[in-house]
Ligand binder design. Structure first.
Ligand code: AOF
Ligand code: ZN
Length: 353
């Protein structure tokens, strides 16, 4: 029987499946799969959670019996894997059960798989079609392997005259509840959140996501001169998410909770990013303050910018959103959107489309 829907439509269905794993696959990609035979969708599946079976295997498990797989087409958002990781290789399983054709949304940027999954399928006699489907999922996963560093988002809230604070050394409440909720959601999508020492001491932030229950809450990272000078009463030490302290001085006493300390002579943005890359962290939210933000921006270590603008004027003095030295050349953003969040505005920009 002829196909009822196009490859694009079946892949769109596979993406819908993939999205069901949102916030649960952590450092693994969200993947969805659809099995089609004789114009009928026989089964769908997705990667539910980090460490669990892959989307392809999940879809196969929804068939009435494995005979149904013989001669069928599988639509899968990501190139099937060829390695034995936490689970056996999917490409081999697809060959073994007699899948005739695999239509792939995108190649896997992860070097342990990239291109090799396709080869394994072809060597097993499977017809492989690469659809190059425009992907709206796995933004951080793809970016991590392409740039070999985490996807970096800088976020701040400012007044209409570009200030984040009325005066240095004191917190000024600028944006409202809706913007706060929105920024909680932004945090929830990250694998790590970073603030500088000044923000840590002035704002005393908890840096957790309180609005959503997360399987993998973002790691809270702070850069400080001397970890030994931090009070154990800081809000940072409350909550369940892991804490990493990047200190210039080695630790002399014990720390509350499950905090980890990393020591380096100087924690430049490059040194921070090198550590996170080594640890496989795919996304980072830089949440302040204006000096740390400026350092990341001046090193061009920024992929996305989210700015909340409050309908307030602070007047002269105060702390600008981005301090430090000017850039040698302007940073151009390719994507630029504005949204009303309660009484405030959210302006988001991306360097890549
Ligand atoms: C997934 N889910 O549905 C597919 C993945 O650590 P492992 O063994 O689970 O392997 C993770 C890698 O497997 C991942 O980086 C990607 O390259 C490949 N495909 N992973 O978690 C899936 N198809
Ligand atoms: Zn797999």
């Amino acid at each position: 029987m002829d196909k009822i829907f196009s490859d694009k439509e079946y892949l769109a269905l596979a993406v819908t499946e993939a999205r069901k794993g949102a916030n649960k696959t952590w450092q693994n990609p969200q993947v969805g799969a659809v099995i089609v035979k004789d114009g009928r969708v026989l089964a769908t599946g997705y990667h539910h959670q980090f460490g669990q079976q892959h989307a392809e295997i999940n879809a196969l498990s929804h068939l009435v019996n494995m005979e149904q797989a013989r001669g069928a087409t599988m639509y899968v958002t990501l190139e099937p894997c060829c390695h034995t990781g936490k689970t056996p290789p999917c490409a081999k399983r697809l060959v073994d059960v007699g899948i005739r054709q695999v239509v792939i949304g995108q190649l896997d940027p992860n070097p342990i798989v990239s291109g090799k999954g396709v080869k394994l399928l072809q060597a097993g006699g499977v017809d492989v079609k690469l659809a190059n489907f425009p992907m709206t999922i796995n933004h951080a996963y793809n970016s991590f392997y392409q740039q070999q560093r985490p996807l970096i988002t800088v976020k701040y809230a400012m007044s209409l005259d570009g200030k984040i604070n009325k005066q240095t050394g004191k917190r000024t409440l600028l944006t409202g509840y809706t913007a706060w909720l929105d920024s909680q959601h932004l945090r929830a999508q990250q694998q790590a959140i970073l603030v500088g020492e000044h923000t840590l001491l002035v704002d005393d932030p908890e840096l957790t996501v309180r609005q959503e229950i997360l399987l993998y809450p973002p790691i809270r990272i702070v850069v400080v001169h001397d970890v030994n000078l931090l009070s154990s009463q800081l809000m940072l030490f409350k909550g369940d998410a892991p804490v990493w302290i990047l200190s210039q001085t080695p630790l002399k006493q014990s720390l509350p909770g499950q905090s980890k300390v990393f020591v380096n002579a100087e924690w430049t943005p490059q040194a921070i990013i090198a550590l996170l890359t080594k640890k496989g962290i795919q996304s980072l939210l830089v949440e302040g303050g204006s000096h740390l933000q400026a350092e990341f921006i001046s090193q061009q270590l920024i992929d996305q910018l989210v700015v909340y603008i409050a309908p307030k004027l602070l007047g002269g003095g105060g702390l600008p959103a981005v301090a430090g030295t000017p850039l040698p050349q302007l940073i151009d953003f390719k994507q630029f959107t504005v949204e009303q969040v309660g009484a405030d505005l959210r302006v988001s920009s991306r360097r890549e489309v």
